[in-house]
Design a protein around this ligand. Structure first.
Ligand SMILES: [Zn+2]
Length: 87
C-alpha cells in the first residue's frame, strides 16, 4: 500500500481517516492512508491552524490533537463534530 499523501510505499498505514462523501458518490469514500511522516506533518498543520479537521471517520491522532487544541467531541453518529471548549 502507499501513503495517500506522499505516495511512499509502506507496510501498514501509520494512521488513516475517511472524508465525508457527497450525495453524488455511488460508494462510500475510501479511507485516506497516511505514513508516519505525513501524520506528523498533518498534526503540525492543524496545530498551526488551531482548528480540528472534520472527518467522517476520525484518525487516531485526532483525540490527542483535540486535547491540545481544547476541543471536545459532540453530537451523535454521522453528525458528530468537534466543538471548541470555551476557556
Ligand atoms: Zn506520506
Amino acid at each position: 500500500m502507499n501513503c495517500s499523501y506522499c505516495k511512499k510505499e509502506m507496510k501498514k498505514e501509520a494512521d488513516s481517516y475517511t472524508n465525508f462523501g457527497t450525495v453524488l458518490d455511488l460508494e462510500p469514500p475510501e479511507p485516506v492512508l497516511l505514513c508516519e511522516k505525513c501524520v506528523r506533518d498533518e498534526i503540525a498543520f492543524w496545530l498551526e491552524l488551531g482548528v480540528m479537521p472534520n472527518h467522517w471517520i476520525m484518525a487516531k491522532y485526532e483525540k490527542a490533537l483535540a486535547d491540545k487544541l481544547g476541543y471536545i467531541r459532540c453530537g451523535e453518529h454521522e453528525y458528530v463534530r468537534w466543538k471548541k471548549l470555551k476557556l
